[in-house]
Design a protein around this ligand. Structure first.
Ligand SMILES: Cc1ncc(COP(=O)(O)O)c(C=O)c1O
Length: 367
């Protein structure tokens, strides 16, 4: 039987990671971040796993992602927070699907209140310069929040959030101090939010001061480490994503022959190549060739030549590798699989980007 080409997500690992992270950040809660198709792991199945593990909150980038989860059956007992909105976002959709918007401006706050969204979180910028109101905008935003809270309308200002830049401990603590100023500013307008949240994976693990009421955790729940100097195993996490492909064919090449576009690799001796059907159209960087290795059986073999649009080549030498055999691109190093961090380092990026970029063209199954 031919091996599975695609992503296998280990649901038990997601559940175990949720428990590990929850324990670590307690008494703070966890907002399980499932944006960007759960960092490539499949949003609906990942969300279900986290909910089964006890998650009461899910975090997504935008209202559309939240609506997709509701439509897939994530019921209203589970809160969904969305923090990045289109300029013309219609918050009536958020109200209809019970997606809680984090609002970054007076106009978003007013639009959410006009749409009778039951709850909003105020999103402030404390140094990331992305979404979130900047400090010079706080006075007007908090005053508006105070008026809305006193108006007797449907919308409650439930939370306050910001996001860390992970630049350094000192920068994180500066951001935390800025969050405290925002809390003071809200309090001066009569608002004491129930749910204050700042840290994501890195902050919540490394800087306990930033945990507040909840940590918005993505990467660590997928079993990956946000730190260059600490592995998943060091953090007690299990990488949940395993990427495999079936060998489509094997090709003999003679010493000196070039392989794939541009001949960035030439066979030093007579050898054989295994071809798999994953390429840059599926989110695998074109430059990965000659820089990473895969596992076949209990051996590792290098990926050689340029990664093509739909294929890559593996130098298998004289190993007994056949059409249909399983090639493991990355998985859990504790099981002997290559680490996604090696694939990230090969093209000078981070594990986040590599997992999130595996395209929707790649089949996913959760086991
Ligand atoms: C606002 C916000 N919160 C939380 C997260 C989760 O971050 P991490 O995956 O580092 O836990 C993200 C992801 O980038 C984010 O944008």
């Amino acid at each position: 039987m031919s091996a599975f080409t695609g992503i296998t997500v280990d649901r038990e690992a997601l559940i175990a990671n949720y428990a590990t992270v929850s324990e670590r950040v307690a008494p703070a809660g966890v907002i399980a971040v499932v944006k960007a198709n759960a960092y490539g792991h499949g949003a609906v199945d990942a969300a279900r796993a986290f909910v089964d593990a006890g998650a009461e909150w899910l975090g997504v980038a935008d209202v559309d992602e939240g609506i997709a989860l509701r439509r897939a059956g994530i019921d209203e007992g589970v809160r969904i927070l969305a923090w990045l909105h289109a300029p013309d976002e219609d918050f009536r959709r958020a109200a209809q699907y019970d997606v809680t918007p984090a609002v970054s401006s007076v106009s978003q706050l007013a639009a959410a209140a006009d749409s009778e969204v039951p709850a909003v979180h105020v999103c402030v910028d404390t140094g990331l310069s992305r979404n979130g109101a900047v400090e010079s905008e706080w006075a007007e935003l908090f005053a508006t929040a105070g008026r809305i809270a006193r108006s007797g309308g449907r919308t409650r200002v439930e939370g306050l959030m910001s996001h860390l830049s992970n630049a350094s401990l000192a920068d994180d603590l500066d951001q935390d101090a800025a969050l405290q100023r925002a809390l003071d500013g809200l309090a001066a307008n009569g608002i004491v939010p129930d749910v204050v949240h700042l840290a994501a994976s890195a902050g919540s693990i490394a800087v306990p001061e930033t945990r507040h009421d909840a940590a918005r955790v993505g990467l660590a729940l997928y079993g990956l480490s946000p730190f260059a100097d600490r592995t998943s195993a060091d953090l007690g996490l299990r990488p949940a994503m395993r990427v495999t492909a079936a060998v489509l064919r094997t090709v003999p090449v003679a010493a000196g022959e070039g392989v794939s576009y541009g001949y960035t690799w030439r066979a030093a001796t007579d050898t054989r190549l295994a071809v798999i059907g994953l390429g840059y159209a599926d989110g695998f960087d074109r430059d990965l060739g000659n820089r990473v290795s895969v596992r076949i059986g209990d051996r590792t073999f290098p990926v050689v030549g340029r990664v093509a649009m739909n294929a890559m080549h593996i130098d298998i030498g004289d190993a007994d590798v056949r059409v249909g055999d399983e090639v493991v691109l990355w998985g859990d190093p504790a099981d002997g699989d290559p680490a996604v961090e090696d694939w990230a380092a090969a093209v000078d990026t981070i594990n986040y980007e590599v997992v999130a970029r595996v395209g929707r063209s790649v089949e996913r199954r959760t086991t």
